[in-house]
Design a binder for this molecule. Sequence first.
Ligand SMILES: [Zn+2]
Ligand SMILES: [Zn+2]
Length: 606
Amino acid sequence: MRRPRRDDEAPERVETPRSGHQRGRQQRGAVRPSPESTGGGGSDLTPLGPVGTDRVRVIPLGGVGEIGKNMTVVEFGQDLVLLDCGGKFPEDNQRGIDLIIPDVTYVAERMRNFRGILITHGHEDHIGGLPYIIPQLKSSTPIPIYGPALALGFIERKLLEARLEDQVDLREVKGGDTIQLGEIKAEFIRVTHTIPDACAIAIHTPVGTIVDTGDFKFDPTPVMGKPTDEAQLKRIGNDGVLALFSDTTRVETEGSTPSEVVVQKRMEEVIGKAKAQIVIATFASNVSRIHMAISAAVKHGRKVAVAGRSMEQNSRVALDLGYLDPPDGVLIPLDELLRQPKEKRIIVCTGSQGEAAAALARIAAGEHPKIRVSKGDVIFVSASPIPGNEDTVSHTIDNLFRQGCDVVYSAIDRGVHVSGHAGRDELLKMIRLLRPKFAAPIHGEYRHMMLYRDLCETSGMRRENVLMPEIGGVIEFTKDSANQKGRIKAGNVLVDRLGDREEGQVVLRTRENLTRDGFVVVTIVLDRVSGELIAGPELVGKGLPPELNANVLREAEGELRRTLERKKKGSPQYGYIVQRTKETIGRALYRRSRSRPLILPVVTEL
Ligand SMILES: [Zn+2]
Ligand SMILES: [Zn+2]
């Protein structure tokens, strides 16, 4: 299933380490965990002994008080499992950071009891951390990863690319399956979302059952797969649920989330009316939207190609596993599609979040190596901006309008995208099916979690039975109580890829080792129209080793200035400048000092 990298396509901003492709097995040693990984120190942290068999311990390592990097530890007796292993996209103001992952020190210190990773579904915020976390979980035997087939397909691709495939043992499960992990039993439950094969997971222990809903809605007419298995949820509820950890992303919205069918209908209407080329932008893992594009293409006599490396790879996985099954000649390679007349083309691409390196932003900036858009073309942005990405998304949409395109996007057309997450009525329905003793909001920011607590009260639960989990906050349940018991070492680990030419190294940074390596802020001011340098680059260092003195910084500045001046004229491509800055400065400083401070480019356009 591996396909060679296409060098003419920009790698996605958040992906597996690119070096795996080019550098072969060197990657394996290249992920440098933080030196604190063996420590677990810190004065405000709670020393925790074994959990014993009279209670079950749950610790969220990510995904609470934030959207992204979902990961939760569940521990009973001698057995510990991880639910999901997500990454988080950096926000607009975190340029220079490639990905954020949870700190897994707690798990790495308890590998004797570690029984495996259970995956709810194949979205990045649930699987994106794996290539960086697997090497930190030093295990003499392959680490079992249990999950639905499509998620495992995506995971396999990521881990092959990172050359980590023999460090894991991928085991497929389906909704309805139960697996035994020591004394813990994990039961998978089919739910609907925006990706086929999503599951909730019930963890059965002798103390009681903990349910993690994963991402869900109750879509009665999913475009792929079957509806949420309400009978199984009800049965689990009847048997008794100690605690429900529920998705809360969409708790602000009344009623139920519309079905995916809404998007399918709208996409067909838009495509039916269009006279020229169609470009559909969505997440690379959104297989259902590719499926919809294919059925619309069949209906309206068009052909489909996907653009963007991760989109190509994911659609290949979905084809191989039979999730996509287009009639012959409908899904064709991009080059072939571009030889068709414009009115026959549908291009499905990445970049719905405005990511600078992804296809849509490059198309919008007129910098895509192959795809050109012009007056009359229709761009269908089938996603809504993740909070924090609004600016880059707006910038991309502006550029598309400038090129003369008709852009259909979520702010002006509610049919282009529907959420994959449950509205209030559906969240209540989940509570009523499971009737838990305790509940805890996850997959939400703080306000979502507070609103969920109110919602639980309206369902008849006692307010004090709704916990507010924190990253690293320890919750212990007995048969009839829930106690929040202090904190363990947890938080953000920054994934810093050092660029293509830096021998494929990936450095993982915690707040602590930032003080050790220091960081360099690179200020650049560009002319918004011509892209010419107005001021800078200027390097300011903080906490740098003595070898990185002022002279060395000046030399690196000069190197970067020459690189930027060589860039061809024209509207600056923000992401490109950020990337080149990181690469050039990172390389220059490493050559002179063998140290790797974090490079933070600050690019201002005037
Ligand atoms: Zn999801
Ligand atoms: Zn999610």
